[in-house]
Design a binder for this molecule. Structure first.
Ligand code: FMN
Length: 341
């Protein structure tokens, strides 16, 4: 039988299906390149990008969609409160970037987004949400349109009507974050509710929320209706976790946990790419948002962290990370669970 190239199949049919979640200011071009350098297969998402901003031609907004070819499969996530703008922006993005998928954000709970009817606010009006999906599908030239959403605004079964209408409008895949709009990040994600919804949804569903390691990924994928897993916070400063999850789901041997040397190597690469793309100062300062996770779980973690936040100097930051690698002793080598941020 002829081998079917994954390249020509929609991203959501690949198995195992493991995705880096969209994260504002985290899953930028630099971090996606880094994750791709560690794993060839995981699906990458851009951070959410505002359709109105794209249509206004804001360079800063278009920059959020810059990517390198090796990042494919790459899904670009859009948000807006205006269905028409979402449709038009989808057409523009497809023409300019030809992503492997376009995702509609229906999960963002931030007030200034959701109160205007964008993000999670879209769940309040499933008919309008479906109108947005339809316009996106009509404009996408065959690039699959997916939806990332929560269980609901107030009730955990709101997802059912939203998903049904979005599917009628042509959505090809749904990702469900197992929380309600008002839930705190520390509220445990309700995987059973995600699974109950997934069983009722006839397209591939990724489960999201509180997947911290490969054990969680295996537990999530075993739930009825779940076709794939999406990781967000666990993957901040921890690109290896995605590969480990994919290996676990594929039944492959799992890579050893990264030692201090490997952590420092990738943190330094992150720093270098940041600086190349954003300049010295911003590159250094932005590494701080994530560097704590890179260096977590070692005897000198705290000391290293304190020194890093005291400097904005590129060479000094690089030296601190090199020293970290030389002096680190693992204090909890089997853990490596990133706590909620
Ligand atoms: C810093 C940060 C930024 C986020 N930005 C986005 C975003 O741009 N689009 C989106 O759909 N979700 C966004 N999310 C939500 C995550 O994609 C994910 O649904 C949520 O964190 C739950 O997954 P987790 O428990 O694996 O972190 C963000 C989360 C975090 C922590």
């Amino acid at each position: 039988m002829a081998e079917v190239s994954l390249q020509h199949q929609p991203w959501y049919v690949r198995r195992p299906l493991v995705a880096l979640a969209p994260m504002e200011d985290i899953t930028d071009n630099v971090y996606r390149r880094l994750v791709r350098s560690i794993d060839r297969e995981v699906v990458l998402y851009t951070e959410f990008t505002n359709a109105s901003g794209l249509l206004a031609g804001a360079e800063r907004v278009w920059q959020m969609l810059e990517f390198t070819e090796e990042q494919r499969p790459l899904v670009m996530q859009l948000y807006d409160y205006d269905a028409e703008k979402l449709g038009t922006a989808t057409g523009d993005v497809v023409r300019r970037c030809r992503p492997d998928g376009i995702d509609l954000n229906m999960g963002c709970p931030v007030r200034k987004v959701a109160n205007r009817g964008a993000g999670c606010g879209m769940m309040a009006d499933p008919v309008y949400a479906a109108e947005a999906v339809k316009r996106m599908v009509d404009a996408s030239g065959g690039v699959p349109v997916s939806v990332k959403t929560r269980l609901g605004i107030r009730r955990k079964d709101e997802i059912l009507e939203v998903a049904e209408r979005c599917l009628e409008a042509g959505a090809a895949q749904i990702t469900i974050h197992g929380r309600l709009k008002a839930d705190r990040p520390r509220t445990p994600a309700d995987w059973d509710a995600v699974s109950r919804a997934a069983v009722a949804i006839p397209v591939p569903v990724m489960g999201n929320g509180d997947i911290w390691n490969e054990h969680d990924a295996l537990r999530m994928i075993e739930l009825p209706g779940i076709d794939g897993v999406m990781l967000a916070r666990a993957a901040i400063g921890n690109p290896w976790v995605l590969r480990r999850c994919r290996q676990a789901l594929a039944g492959e041997p799992i890579d050893p946990l990264p030692d201090a040397e490997e952590r420092a190597r990738i943190a330094l690469k992150h720093l270098r790419l940041n600086v190349e793309e954003k300049g010295d100062r911003r590159g250094v300062v932005e590494l701080r948002k994530v560097v704590r996770n890179y260096i977590k779980g070692f005897s000198n973690t705290r000391r290293t962290w304190m020194r890093i936040i005291e400097t904005e100097d590129l060479l000094e930051t690089a030296r601190i990370l090199e020293t970290f690698a030389r002096e680190a002793h693992a204090i909890d080598p089997i853990h490596y669970r990133t706590e909620p941020v």
